[in-house]
Ligand binder design. Structure first.
Ligand code: HEC
Length: 149
């Protein structure tokens, strides 16, 4: 009995545990569609197709999408994963850097910008770069977002 059980347990742990941990980490509740919003019905597909956020301002988008990981005060979090602070963050000095990350993701950060219009992606980047102790005056535009996709 032991001989049969061990490989089965090892196999199921090996295959399902990391996938589950990753999915749990990268899917905050803020990214789940609200009633009436279009989805394709599965979490992975949501990053590539029909689902689009309809938040009208950078601030609303920050609260809906980014705050779940980077926290409402943008100071980041050290929980199961590490979410860097966006508050007073010198890495935001070059506008193209946060714009690129929003559109393409990075490691534990999903490419949430794929579910935004060019204008929405630009707005949320401009919002983060001019709030939370960040005082960058230059702005990115919808055209910049389009070119960065
Ligand atoms: C699912 C969680 C999650 C969400 C949602 C999320 N992020 Fe992130 N973000 C991360 C993680 C994790 C990193 C660190 C990636 C790395 O460097 O490995 C990160 C990194 C970043 C960085 C780079 C910071 C640096 O100092 O290099 C920026 C900028 C950023 N996120 C902006 C945003 C913005 C703006 C939003 C909302 C539109 C957002 N993130 C949504 C998890 C998230």
């Amino acid at each position: 009995m032991k001989k049969i059980l061990f490989p089965l347990v090892a196999l199921s742990l090996g295959l399902s545990a990391p996938a589950f941990a990753q999915r749990g980490d990268a899917t905050p509740t803020t990214l789940i569609a609200k009633p009436g919003e279009k989805t394709v019905g599965d979490a992975d597909g949501a990053f590539t197709s029909l689902f689009k956020f309809n938040e009208p301002t950078g601030e609303a988008m920050y609260k809906r999408v980014c705050a779940g990981c980077h926290m409402p005060d943008a100071k980041g979090a050290k929980a199961a994963g590490m979410y860097p602070a966006l508050a007073a963050n010198k890495n935001l000095a070059t506008a193209g850097y946060p714009l690129y990350i929003v559109l393409h993701g990075k490691n534990g950060m999903p490419p949430v910008g794929k579910m935004m219009t060019d204008q929405q992606a630009a707005d949320v980047v401009n919002y983060v770069r001019s709030n939370f102790g960040n005082k960058y005056k230059d702005k990115v535009t919808a055209a910049d977002a389009k070119a960065t996709r």
